[in-house]
Write a protein of this length. Structure first.
Length: 303
């Protein structure tokens, strides 16, 4: 074998070796890039959670200092309306604070006549959208094992190979609704706009919508008057509604006072923290306690 042939063979061997190791090299580079991306995402996730915690702690300080929620909102906190901010390190943050008792409590709702019709109206969507799975929801929260049309009780979950059955009692957490047959996160979000769960509080008439006040009082005209009255400032006490409608009898007022209030001590924070198109979502419940402090009751990252 002459020198020219040897050189050609050596060059060919090198080329074949490069071809052989190229996929492995590409794999190593891709693996390294993936590891770097995971580390970067982890750093962003921790930073996003820290921003969410900072905002939550700021809100907790506000509600401890101000018994009157309207005083607390005039400067920074706007209940029911999203707020936006951008940090120096390029995190875009949006959040919304809602008193938990701005909606009827689910336990309180299920004990009242006409609650199914009320939920049907409150969860109605546009015709082009998928309907809210109300029948399966009602089968989950009612106390019996009878399957309503379009619903699902224990037999339906067994046939679907689920290792659980309906609670047949009010929800404990909103996240539990994802276990209900046919439920999506969009359905959970809609449910949160209609009812509150957990600790029972009187419906706050300074934040509740007219339909919910009308359902609890069975007085649509009074609900409209309450909504109109609060536009000029918060209603300070439930007894003030007697000035709006003097025809309310004593026994009727006692029933109304048992379900309506003007104070909130539990609040829900919906928060989104965005970095380079990646969204971190949080659902947080904060509770104001009686010893002039506040605490986080629930911290949930929504994936």
């Amino acid at each position: 074998m002459n020198d020219k042939t040897k050189k050609g063979f050596a060059l060919f061997s090198v080329m074949m070796l490069l071809v052989a190791i190229m996929p492995f090299a590409v794999y190593l580079v891709a693996k390294r890039e993936d590891a770097v991306a995971r580390v970067t995402l982890s750093i962003w996730q921790r930073q996003a959670a820290q921003y969410a915690l900072n905002i939550t702690e700021g809100f907790m300080r506000a509600i401890v200092l101000d018994d009157n929620l309207y005083d607390a909102t005039t400067d920074w906190w706007f209940f029911g309306f999203p707020r936006y901010m951008t940090t120096p390190d390029h995190y875009d943050i949006s959040f919304r604070v809602t008193p938990s008792n701005a909606r009827i409590n689910l336990t309180q709702l299920l004990g009242r006549p006409g609650y199914e019709e009320f939920l049907t109206q409150q969860t109605e969507r546009d015709p082009e959208e998928p309907p809210f799975p109300l029948a399966t929801f009602l089968d989950w929260v009612d106390s019996d094992d009878t399957t309503r049309p379009g619903g699902a009780e224990k037999d339906e979950y067994l046939r679907a190979d689920k290792n659980y059955r309906p609670r047949n009692a009010p929800l404990v957490r909103y996240a539990e609704a994802r276990m209900i047959q046919g439920f999506t996160q969009r359905d959970v979000d809609l449910l949160r706009e209609v009812v509150s769960i957990g600790q029972t509080e009187k419906l706050n008439i300074n934040f509740a919508d007219e339909e919910q006040i009308a359902f609890l009082t069975d007085r649509p005209s009074l609900a409209a008057q309450i909504v109109g009255e609060r536009t000029s400032g918060p209603i300070q006490a439930v007894v003030d509604i007697l000035n709006l409608d003097p025809t309310i009898e004593a026994d009727e007022y006692a029933a109304i006072e048992g379900v309506l209030g003007v104070r909130s001590d539990r609040f829900e924070l919906d928060m989104e923290v965005v970095r380079s198109g990646i969204i971190f979502r949080y659902f947080i419940i904060v509770e104001r306690t009686f010893n002039r402090s506040a605490r986080i009751v629930l911290w949930q990252e929504i994936r």
